[in-house]
Design a protein around this ligand. Structure first.
Ligand code: FCB
Length: 475
């Protein structure tokens, strides 16, 4: 539950991996990738043939054009315009202006050699009030994007909900309202019928855990509530929405795949004591099993349920039959990995590794190996995709720290593949610098630099590095 919580731990003073001077991007320059010659020898770590090298973004973080072509407001439009909610008062009004520049961005993806691209669809662009009338122009934008991807040989991976609940639905309680699960499935169904088999992979929810933690506990994300008990109700309804959307997908008869995108953190005891180990089991329930078990086993973990007070509203929210819906067969599990989770004998969360400019992050590549192999061990061989992994850096173009990060995590992923994990693809977060929620534009997560004054895109060193990894299908 500590994702994006303000840490009050010793870790707050941990070393930042992302320090560096802000070297302004030169005006016009050859992409670092052009300067590299691919090595003559095969890579030391070859990935399986056809491995899906990808990159990820989300609608509110890059699109801008929030009032164009009939789009309705989402909770993030409202939240980011409230005083003090985001750093510098930044909003996604313009963001990376992707709505107007997506053809340029598609060409960048093609140049990079991407095999797969994960983006999200803005619910309120498609259904301005969340339900009812469809905004044809909104759907049309995503059709052009998807067609552009397919024309460039890039497989689209579409997320249906990346935190941007339509404001009109929030006014009816949003995810606290059980009906929101049904509204989500109706929206999903509209999109499924519109796209048919053009989109081979669908992701229902992005990181429901973060919605509970940041949206409903610390309140640093939209809708900015601070009530974890209610947040857990929202969390259950999100899962229900996932299950109903999976069922809606099956009902269309489409042949693609669908699953959730979960941010997971392997939980470890901070020391060898029995007490720390016990806390780590509880932490694992909160961070991982509480999301994985309902989706993949159709049940909440008993030890997690036991932590919910007898009068906790989530107990009433879980109705007969819900778990069967939530456990409707997913075809793919999307994993997002940014940090492990450590807990002491006293039950305090601590960090043991360096962080980045994102103070909640903890850089531990081995955690990715542990996570992937653990999923195989405990949940079987469901195909896996990594839909987010990355770090923010403060240097504009010479982001060597990001290269190190990506290399180390891909090495860990490679080792998991060698041991039989069915990892099919990897999407770096993110393709472009973008609006990083409460952090506004202060954190740059892209392998492509965006100058927000001019909207000029410049390739970072990590872009060139990743391009050669893709070319060589390994590192
Ligand atoms: C993830 C979010 C994504 C981005 C990265 C840094 O939790 O899904 O939108 O903010 O963190």
């Amino acid at each position: 539950m500590r994702r994006r919580h303000l840490f009050t731990l010793a870790a707050a003073g941990a070393v930042s991996a992302g320090c560096g001077s802000d070297d302004a991007p030169p005006k016009a320059q050859a992409s670092p990738s052009e300067a590299r010659t691919p090595p003559a020898n095969p890579p030391a770590r070859a990935f399986p043939k056809g491995f899906g090298w990808g990159a990820a973004t989300s609608a509110y973080q890059i699109e801008g054009a929030v009032k164009e072509d009939g789009r309705g407001p989402s909770v993030w439009d409202v939240f980011s315009h409230q005083k003090g909610r985001t750093k510098g008062g930044d909003t996604g009004d313009v963001a990376a202006d992707h709505y107007h520049r997506f053809y340029e961005d598609l060409d960048i993806m093609k140049d990079l050699g991407l095999k797969t691209y994960r983006f999200s669809i803005s619910w309120s662009r498609v259904l301005p009030t969340g339900r009812g009338t469809v905004n044809a122009k909104g759907l049309d934008f995503y059709h052009k994007l998807v067609d552009g991807l397919l024309a460039r040989g890039i497989a689209p991976v579409a997320t249906l909900f990346h935190w941007d609940t339509p404001q009109a639905l929030q006014e009816q309680g949003g995810w606290e309202n059980r009906d929101c699960a049904k509204w989500f499935a109706e929206y999903a169904s509209t999109v499924f019928y519109s796209f048919g088999d053009k989109v081979p992979t669908w992701l229902t929810l992005n990181e429901p855990k973060t919605v509970v933690d940041a949206g409903y506990t610390s309140g640093i994300h939209a809708p900015g509530k601070r009530d974890r008990r209610i947040g857990n109700v929202a969390g259950h309804h999100l899962l229900l929405g996932h299950g109903l959307a999976v069922q809606a997908y099956r009902a269309t008869g489409a042949k693609g795949r669908i699953g959730p995108a979960l941010n997971l953190s392997p939980a470890y005891p901070a020391d060898d004591s029995a007490a720390a180990r016990k806390h780590a089991t509880a932490l694992d329930a909160e961070e991982n099993r509480r999301w994985l078990d309902p989706v993949l086993k159709g049940s909440y973990p008993q030890d997690w349920l036991a932590t919910q007070a007898a009068d906790a509203p989530v107990r009433g929210a879980i109705q007969d039959g819900d778990l069967a819906v939530i456990g409707s067969r997913s075809d793919v599990l999307a994993v997002q990995y940014y940090n492990p989770a450590y807990v002491t004998a006293k039950g305090a969360r601590v960090k043991k590794h360096k962080t980045s400019q994102a103070s909640w992050q903890e850089i531990y590549p081995e955690g990715l190996y542990d996570l992937l192999t653990r999923i195989k061990r405990d949940y079987g061989d469901i195909p896996l995709t990594i839909t987010e992994n990355g770090m923010p850096t403060t240097n504009a173009l010479q982001d060597q720290d990001r290269i190190t990060f990506l290399r180390d995590h891909l090495t860990a992923a490679h080792r998991a593949i060698q041991e039989g994990v069915k990892l099919e693809s990897y999407h770096v977060w993110s393709l472009l610098d973008n609006f990083e929620w409460a952090e506004g534009f202060s954190q740059r997560w892209g392998i492509v630099h965006v100058d927000y004054e001019t909207q000029t895109r410049s390739r970072k060193a990590s872009y060139g590095w990743y391009k050669s990894v893709i070319t060589n299908n390994g590192l």
